[in-house]
Ligand binder design. Structure first.
Ligand code: SF4
Ligand code: SF4
Length: 184
């Protein structure tokens, strides 16, 4: 399944209707997932990897710079032979929220495929260099956010490249025996 701009816009519409909690969780952590930096991870490096087709949303944006990486520069599945688009957030935590990437909208939930090819959503703290209070404090997320995020990722997995990426990340997680928590 090819991901078109119309599909991305529909996904944005659906995800606009939900949010992880009913308050601004950025107040819990001073928006750490937008602005975190340390010696090994300068904020200048804050880039978000785009899914195939998402790059079409960023023709002219003052909040995001689109950067393309060749497959040789990046540890991605071979099927991504045309490389990977990313966006750099230019003025975090401020951005054009209406076009922020899907990976940002569905955070802190992460798609995972187990060895029996079952798909579910997880929390995986090892994925980021900072602590998200929603995960650390085991905050109950809104059910409609979990359901919409689940439906979105299950749909996106029909795209071969996205499937390969989620599968590859999942295999790495399981091979390294990383502890994660199943959410749905
Ligand atoms: S998702 Fe987590 S890390 Fe990001 S703003 Fe909300 S509480 Fe903070
Ligand atoms: S896209 Fe916006 S909300 Fe997401 S990390 Fe970047 S600045 Fe923060």
């Amino acid at each position: 399944m090819e991901i078109t701009k119309e599909i991305i816009e529909k996904i944005h519409e659906k995800l606009n209707e939900v949010s992880p909690v009913d308050y601004d969780c950025g107040k819990l952590c001073n928006e750490i997932c937008c602005v975190y930096e340390d010696e090994d991870y300068p904020n200048d490096d804050l880039i978000i990897y785009l899914l195939p087709g998402e790059e079409l949303m960023y023709d002219a944006s003052e909040s995001f710079e689109v950067i393309h990486y060749d497959i040789k520069e990046i540890d991605y599945p071979n099927s991504w032979k045309d490389g990977v688009y990313t966006v750099k957030c230019l003025n975090p935590p401020n951005c054009e929220r209406e076009i922020r990437p899907i990976q940002c909208r569905t955070f802190p939930l992460i798609p995972h495929i187990d060895k029996n090819n079952h798909f579910y959503l997880i929390f995986d703290e090892s994925q980021y260099p900072y602590k998200c209070p929603l995960i650390k404090d085991n905050v109950e997320l809104n059910n409609d956010f979990i359901v919409e995020t689940y439906k979105t990722w299950r749909f996106l997995l029909k795209n071969r490249l996205i499937y390969d990426l989620v599968d590859s990340d999942s295999r790495k997680r399981e091979n390294k025996k990383i502890k994660y928590k199943k959410v749905k």
